[in-house]
Design a protein around this ligand. Structure first.
Ligand code: CDP
Ligand code: MG
Length: 150
């Protein structure tokens, strides 16, 4: 089992797409381990995207991500980081394959609806940045035994 962090970005919240997109992750079988809505502090967003500090889009990205509330979710499942990244599609909605979230809902390289951790190591760091340990819940759902074989 692996955990990954996803963020419903302010465009997803403002376009009323949260329910439809969350349904895709639930339909896939992924389990929600934590979830909350927040207005992100600038410093937290800067830290989250610090690898992009020197990119020309960095300031605009921080402005976008603090321009409205976001919903943070920890998802759990086998190979969750890879599975979820594949569900997102390419960064730019214009290039993302149809059938992916960005391919189906987006037309932009910045307003691309969802963030997801790019690997298990990044996921650990990102989850720690946004959640306290006690906000993450370990549990199983009745259908889990029909979702992942032993
Ligand atoms: O989110 P992802 O890992 O697919 O893309 P990234 O290359 O790590 O970039 C992080 C975020 O920066 C993207 O998800 C976009 O929201 C934003 N971005 C941007 O504003 N302008 C670009 N030219 C590229 C990315
Ligand atoms: Mg990235």
């Amino acid at each position: 089992m692996e955990r990954t962090l996803i963020i419903f970005k302010p465009d997803a919240v403002n376009r009323l797409l949260v329910g439809r997109i969350l349904t895709r992750f639930e339909d896939k079988g992924l389990r929600i381990s934590a979830m909350k809505l927040q207005q992100s502090p600038v410093e937290q967003v800067k830290k989250h995207y610090e690898v992009h500090q020197r990119k020309p889009f960095y300031n605009a990205l921080v402005e976008f991500m603090t321009g409205g509330p976001v919903i943070l979710v920890v998802l759990e499942g086998p190979h969750a980081t890879t599975v979820v990244r594949n569900m997102l599609g390419a960064t730019d909605g214009r290039e993302a394959t149809a059938g992916t979230i960005r391919g189906d809902f987006g037309l932009d390289q910045r307003y691309n609806l969802i963030h997801a951790s790019d690997g298990p190591e990044t996921a650990r760091t990102e989850i720690e940045l946004f959640f306290k340990p006690e906000e993450i819940v370990d549990y199983t759902r009745a259908p889990d035994r029909w979702i992942v074989s032993k």
